[in-house]
Design a binder for this molecule. Sequence first.
Ligand SMILES: *[C@@H]1O[C@H](CO)[C@@H](O)[C@H](O)[C@H]1NC(C)=O
Ligand SMILES: *[C@@H]1O[C@H](CO)[C@@H](O)[C@H](O)[C@H]1NC(C)=O
Ligand SMILES: *[C@@H]1O[C@H](CO)[C@@H](O)[C@H](O)[C@H]1NC(C)=O
Ligand SMILES: *[C@@H]1O[C@H](CO)[C@@H](O)[C@H](O)[C@H]1NC(C)=O
Ligand SMILES: *[C@@H]1O[C@H](CO)[C@@H](O)[C@H](O)[C@H]1NC(C)=O
Ligand SMILES: *[C@@H]1O[C@H](CO)[C@@H](O)[C@H](O)[C@H]1NC(C)=O
Ligand SMILES: *[C@@H]1O[C@H](CO)[C@@H](O)[C@H](O)[C@H]1NC(C)=O
Ligand SMILES: *[C@@H]1O[C@H](CO)[C@@H](O)[C@H](O)[C@H]1NC(C)=O
Ligand SMILES: *[C@@H]1O[C@H](CO)[C@@H](O)[C@H](O)[C@H]1NC(C)=O
Ligand SMILES: *[C@@H]1O[C@H](CO)[C@@H](O)[C@H](O)[C@H]1NC(C)=O
Ligand SMILES: *[C@@H]1O[C@H](CO)[C@@H](O)[C@H](O)[C@H]1NC(C)=O
Length: 870
Amino acid sequence: MWRSLFGLLLLCPLAAIIRAENICRSIEVRKLSDFDQLRNCSLVVGHVSIANLQLPGNVNLTQLQTNVTEITDYLLIYHTTGLLTAEYIFPKLRLIRGRELLFNQYSFVVYENRNLRELGLLQLLRIQNGKIRIENNPTLCYVDTIDWVYLLGNSTTQHFSIRGNRSPNHCPLCNGLDADYDYLHKNMAYCWRILAPQLKLTRPKVEGCPASCGRFGCDVNGTCCDHNCLTGCSSQNCTLCGNYQRNGRCVNQCIASYELNKRLCIGSKECQQLNLIPLAQGLRCVDQCPKNHKPIIDANGGKQCDLECRGLYHVKRIEDLKPLRDCVSIQGSLIIELVDIKEPIVKALEQALGNIKEITGYLKVIHSTPLMSLTFLSNLDTIRGDELIETKYALYVVNNYHLEHIWPTNRQVAIQHGTIFFHLNPRLCYEKILNLQPALKSLKTEISVADVSPNSNGERMICGEDVSTLDPQIQDINATAVSIVLDFVKYEYVGNLIGYTYHYMEAPKRNITMYDGRHGCGHDNWLMDVSIGKNRRHMISNLKPYTQYAYFVKSMSPWDYHRQMEAYSKIQYFRTLPSKPSPPRRLYGISEIHTQIMVHWWPPQRPNGNITKYIIDYELHNLTSEENKTKSYGMEKPLFINDPPNCECNDQEPYYSGPQPEVEKYFNKTQTTYEEALPNLIYVSRRRPPVKQDKFEKVVDFTDLISGRPMSQVVENPTTTTTTTTTTTEAPSSANVTKPREVTAELYEIFRLQVEERTRNIQDMDQEKFRILHDPPKCHSSDVSVANQLEQKCVVEEEIKGFVVPGNQQYYNMTNLLQNQYYRIYVRACVDGVVNGCSNPAILTVRTISAEVEPIVAENKRLQQMNKLF
Ligand SMILES: *[C@@H]1O[C@H](CO)[C@@H](O)[C@H](O)[C@H]1NC(C)=O
Ligand SMILES: *[C@@H]1O[C@H](CO)[C@@H](O)[C@H](O)[C@H]1NC(C)=O
Ligand SMILES: *[C@@H]1O[C@H](CO)[C@@H](O)[C@H](O)[C@H]1NC(C)=O
Ligand SMILES: *[C@@H]1O[C@H](CO)[C@@H](O)[C@H](O)[C@H]1NC(C)=O
Ligand SMILES: *[C@@H]1O[C@H](CO)[C@@H](O)[C@H](O)[C@H]1NC(C)=O
Ligand SMILES: *[C@@H]1O[C@H](CO)[C@@H](O)[C@H](O)[C@H]1NC(C)=O
Ligand SMILES: *[C@@H]1O[C@H](CO)[C@@H](O)[C@H](O)[C@H]1NC(C)=O
Ligand SMILES: *[C@@H]1O[C@H](CO)[C@@H](O)[C@H](O)[C@H]1NC(C)=O
Ligand SMILES: *[C@@H]1O[C@H](CO)[C@@H](O)[C@H](O)[C@H]1NC(C)=O
Ligand SMILES: *[C@@H]1O[C@H](CO)[C@@H](O)[C@H](O)[C@H]1NC(C)=O
Ligand SMILES: *[C@@H]1O[C@H](CO)[C@@H](O)[C@H](O)[C@H]1NC(C)=O
């Protein structure tokens, strides 16, 4: 019957297939009558949630039965009572795609169901994406008898967590309690309930396939099986694909075609034939235009959606960005006002506003503390100013505490009409604003002091040419730590230095810029170390091995000090060294031939380097009688099933702002003032210090002093220097009377050198503290004395015996085994460039089948496959 239905579908044009399906949107089942919505659906484009449902004891089960074969998002069964099995509800469910996930993670959740005894999803073949969580269902059996690894088609990104259900020891076996069943049933390894084997598509061939096929096997001709084809081995001719289907073939995404119902890829003509609309944004075939689009009829009479971003958009929180998504031109104005935003928003701004090229009205950015720049408008090139603020301003930027930067580097945003208004942006340099002058296109718009004040912008920064830069160097590095050293800071700055902040983040690509993902009030993607004090050395630790990081360094100075100084380094990169990996995961073995066991595994969770090989070893395992009892449960009970839920233990939380220089205790005003006086004795500005003076030079050159030229020739502007000079010349009594200048100059120079040395010493204290530990090298010979090894002069390389397979192969076929024996199997992952860089073994025990069972297993496999297909 199935066969004929498939045949029919293949012959029909696409439109007929799609109409034949009853398509529903997401469905929430809370009471019995809600099943009415679900019953006729064959395809749920969305999720199904069965939550807080209380089934009466006398319910007519046929009333629950649905025709659902596929759920594109997720399935949740939560807090039900009276539901004994999901088999009544989903007798036909074959696929959960996990396109959109519950809590962004889960595609199948069965949680806290009081009476649930079995899952009973007899037809389920695949959970394509997302994690699985089956927890706290006190009466649930037959969870450990399901081959979850098989259901998870796309292995390594998915995980399952199974706990708190009925203990398997208190559950019946797949073949029932009765030992009288024939061989076939005894060999039923995986089942959804008693006598209901898990459907599995077995590969025509596993051995003798090209290595590239991996564990997915190949057809008789050696063509790799497409594991995304759920109804067969080939991808060329497939009626049900885990990802997308295009013209009967499985594809991973829709390319140059439109996505329909999250499962098919079709052309724009086909989409229109279905009386649907091909939407260029996101390449979807939809039934109605999204919010910021209006429907239009194109020349051929087909429906289309035209993006329309018209009006005044006021962005106050992340949700306000939704209607702006995909906008290229805003026919109107944009106000950004992020007052009191606690969540990270910069990434969302980048995504939503990154396409905008033109704003026809004005752009207003006010009270937006989180913003450090406007670079999220990465494609903006024109603000037309057809509409202005106070009939005058097209770009209005007021009171943005952390704003330091305006447009992306190398981008000029033309302002066609109107001018700009910038006030109360304490970190935005006046010069940067003045640089906008050429962008003002209307005649006679000079930036005026009233519109852009040098006093209310940038007063918390050092601006202009004088911004000093830090030049950090990586001094040493190991797998988890890096030691960084900065150049010496000049004496005139040391007094004001509170410390440094080191900002770093993982950067797989070298494309990070300082403003990316930055959030003025912290919680951005950068982690930060604060190093209080003048030491130019710092160690960042707790890094991940073999990972590239980006970092930059910033100096901290008291912000209310009259000489502002914040120096930055450029963004630089380093990569930590490799180290020993964690063991391979999800080790799994099966014996289908009595002399062989096929083992496969997933790569380690933390590879910590380039995995170049796996080493497989095994031994005959003598079971104690106790073990013997438990092990004979099922046939190859997957031991990993109770793995702890995959915990990607992040050693560090993204940084939350951390102490800022404003915090009083980080500097001692008395002390700063005192130390500042010292360099002034020697270095005095030639100019009268302007508001933000930071450049200091010697009073007079050393040689000038020696040569004894009159001071008036040397000093052009005597206002500040006179006092110093006067002091010098008026105090000859203590020095040599005949050559007062020379002697004084020498004294100055000695004093200067002393101060210099002292400031250097201050910056270089405790060098030992910043030393990076390295593993001792490999010993040249293996018979090194124990003493030598103890002193950590070298380590002997352990020899690990076993079979070696290359790092890109995650399976191994053990041959020449004895029948009906337990084997203990050890698999280790090894990385390059580390002495003894092989992981601890992952261990598994598997029994070979006996020769007499072998033909039956083969037959059983064939039957299961047929079961599945028809
Ligand atoms: C379910 O599908 C079958 C065919 O697969 C059809 O005969 C039946 O009418 C459908 N039931 C409902 C309630 O739509
Ligand atoms: C259950 O409901 C179906 C249709 O809704 C009906 O045909 C059948 O007779 C009912 N069974 C019982 C036992 O009430
Ligand atoms: C597995 O999933 C990842 C991420 O979703 C995807 O990029 C990849 O193509 C998938 N692989 C297969 C074979 O489907
Ligand atoms: C295998 O190759 C033969 C000869 O090229 C061809 O006739 C046959 O259809 C192929 N089988 C499959 C399953 O592709
Ligand atoms: C594709 O499937 C159809 C129907 O099952 C079958 O008739 C046809 O031979 C298949 N084609 C290939 C190339 O396998
Ligand atoms: C860097 O490049 C990667 C891959 O090309 C991309 O995913 C990422 O978004 C880029 N990051 C930035 C900040 O441009
Ligand atoms: C990892 O090792 C393999 C084999 O030694 C080599 O071909 C590959 O280039 C390495 N990859 C990296 C990223 O170093
Ligand atoms: C297993 O038991 C046999 C006999 O009892 C013994 O000869 C053999 O050494 C044992 N093997 C291991 C690995 O303990
Ligand atoms: C283990 O069980 C098998 C049969 O289930 C039995 O033949 C064997 O003697 C048992 N071994 C031990 C050590 O109890
Ligand atoms: C600040 O520094 C001065 C001079 O070094 C010292 O006397 C004073 O105790 C310090 N104050 C604090 C609060 O540390
Ligand atoms: C790297 O060096 C740091 C500092 O010396 C040390 O604490 C850490 O243990 C070292 N890491 C490794 C993997 O050796």
